[in-house]
Design a protein. Structure first.
Length: 156
């Protein structure tokens, strides 16, 4: 698989995964782009120990986790005036709300539900996250329950 094919196949999926992590359209685009820069640089070194999809999702997840760690180190006083984490205006309100709720989840739950929304099979999610498939199944059930509860609380 060449880089152009990988990019066309996975760009939207990786972008949505990043959105699930950061709930910020511009930052998600930047993170997705950074992910593909890493993929392009590392493609010759890809050892095929996993599928290309698993490899790319792992790169994206690590990239997003690094960003979250950076944000934790930035104090609120360091943020520019008027700074807001908003999705692109064209996103529908319920989708915006879903991304907001996902961004409020613990980091591991964010990646699991984001991958589930991308219809990645649970065995592959387990491989990406490093948990058992059974544990992933239980976590997905609990995460969906939490998200449903948040929608109910908002009257959605």
């Amino acid at each position: 698989m060449d880089f152009n094919e990988i990019y066309k196949t996975y760009w939207q999926k990786i972008f949505r995964l990043c959105m699930g992590y950061v709930n910020n359209f511009d930052l998600a685009q930047d993170l997705a782009q950074e992910t593909f820069i890493i993929v392009w640089q590392q493609l010759p070194n890809f050892r095929k120990e996993s599928t290309v999809q698993t490899w790319i999702y792992r790169i994206a997840s690590n990239n997003c986790l690094r960003q979250i760690e950076k944000e934790k180190r930035i104090t609120k006083a360091d943020l520019p005036i008027g700074f807001k984490d908003e999705c692109q205006e064209s996103l529908e309100p319920q989708i915006k709300m879903l991304y907001k709720f996902i961004s409020e989840l613990p980091e591991t739950d964010r990646i699991i539900i984001s991958l589930e929304l991308e219809e990645i099979n649970q065995a592959e999610i387990a491989n990406i996250v490093g948990l058992s498939e059974t544990n992933i199944r239980v976590k997905i059930h609990r995460i969906k329950k939490k998200l449903t509860q948040k929608f109910k609380e908002r009257g959605q």
